[in-house]
Design a protein around this ligand. Structure first.
Ligand code: ZN
Length: 407
């Protein structure tokens, strides 16, 4: 039956409503993605009796309450935008003190959360460093609380779950790309809060064979974003190989899939309270609707096709989620070959590859890219704590090998 599904796939790529099923497949297990209510986080500066203040009054912050327990212990409450929710308990806040003071911060996550992200601090809100292990206590992964020791001073200290990549940082990076003569940008829609949903076109090719790359569907997933950046920065390099590649393939890039979620410091969802990576069959949410319409009109207008797609995420460890290898898209074998070759470039690195077991379309982007467009696709998951230099190497080597395979 697998073969049958494969054979009929190309016929159904055109003009088929994406919620349809085809021979050899059961019904798609759709999850509801209509808007759900979210709790809006109040922007607030919490002043405490001992002169220490905490604030969430900046973009990307998440802090829902502060309680001074004793002179040197402060309990912060971090809550999700709504529930149920995948446990990605993002936090980001700043603090300062009228007098220099060593203090402990106890993280709490309400009923459903737990501590996940190893804290980073920053003195300028731009460069973050991991806190010293002597200053951090938790009962291991998923412990209900965690304790962080900091030196509070008059100058602001930022504390965050990951390097804080706000929408503004992504804008700045996009502007740098857009200044290149082979990059153009297009606003393809608006988010619920009115932020631009933007796609960059990188390349000078015709659109016969297009590539699609996205990231930041899930706000805390900075390590995935960093891998995507390294990948793209290799494709835009000023080298004969990259230039040749760009003359043959256009890479379409949507680096910020969930700007509202990022701006609001969400754990997972967009402003509709929905996990956008469960909406790629229903297409109820503006972010997913805009990109799927963009891709489908691209194919319709140009007669070309998407041959490769990657969606960058973060999770507990590095994983490649791929499509069942029996299924053939527009470039059969591209993804396994790419992962194998790019991993070989990194000494001692053994990739964790998880192809889908069934030939069934699912609700994720990865599945949409393959089943609707025939694009060989993968979800590129980077561990929360994967060292930054390894992240860069992985992004770069994936781009280098992709350019070689597709040359
Ligand atoms: Zn994710």
């Amino acid at each position: 039956m697998k073969k049958l599904a494969v054979l009929v796939l190309p016929v159904l790529l055109f003009g088929c409503k994406s919620s349809q099923q085809w021979e050899g497949q059961g019904p798609i297990q759709v999850v509801p993605t209509e808007n759900k209510e979210i709790a809006i986080q109040e922007k607030e500066t919490y002043s405490t009796p001992s002169g220490v203040s905490f604030s969430n009054d900046f973009e990307g912050a998440r802090l829902n309450g502060v309680e001074q327990v004793n002179d040197s212990l402060f309990r912060v409450e971090i809550l999700p935008e709504n529930a149920p929710i995948n446990p990605s308990p993002w936090y980001a806040f700043k603090l300062w003190s009228e007098q220099d003071k060593e203090l402990w911060i106890e993280f709490t996550y309400g009923e459903i959360g737990f501590h996940r992200y190893y804290p980073k601090t920053s003195l300028d809100g731009v460069e973050y460093t991991l806190v010293d292990s002597a200053d951090f206590k938790s009962d291991g992964p998923r412990s209900k609380t965690a304790m962080l020791k900091v030196e509070a001073r008059k100058d602001t200290l930022w504390v965050a779950a990951q390097d804080l990549v706000g929408t503004r940082d992504v804008e700045e990076w996009k502007d740098k790309l857009a200044a290149l003569d082979f990059v153009t940008t297009e606003v393809i829609g608006k988010s619920t809060e009115g932020r631009d949903l933007e796609v960059l076109k990188i390349g000078t090719a015709d659109d016969k064979e297009m590539l699609m790359v996205i990231s930041m569907q899930h706000p805390p997933e900075i390590t995935g974003y960093l891998a995507m950046k390294a990948f793209v920065e290799t494709i835009i390099e000023d080298s004969p190989e990259a230039e040749k590649f760009r003359s043959k393939h256009n890479l379409y890039l949507m680096p910020m899939m969930n700007p509202d979620g990022v701006a609001n410091g969400h754990w997972r969802h967009n402003l509709g309270g929905v996990d956008t990576n469960r909406d790629w069959v229903n297409m109820n949410q503006p972010e997913v609707k805009a990109l799927t319409q963009f891709m489908e009109s691209k194919v319709e207008e140009t007669g070309g096709k998407f041959i490769f797609a990657a969606d960058f995420h973060s999770t507990w460890e590095d994983i490649f989620y791929t499509i069942n290898e029996d299924l053939k898209g527009n470039r059969p074998g591209l993804i396994p070959k790419l992962i194998k070759r790019s991993s070989k470039r990194i000494p001692g690195y053994d990739p964790n590859i998880r192809p889908t077991e069934s030939n069934q379309r699912s609700v994720t982007s990865n599945s949409y890219f393959f089943f609707v467009h025939g694009a060989e696709s993968m979800t590129f998951e980077v561990g929360d704590n994967t060292p930054r230099d390894l992240i860069r190497q992985k992004g770069e080597s994936t781009a280098i090998e992709l350019m070689r395979i597709l040359k």
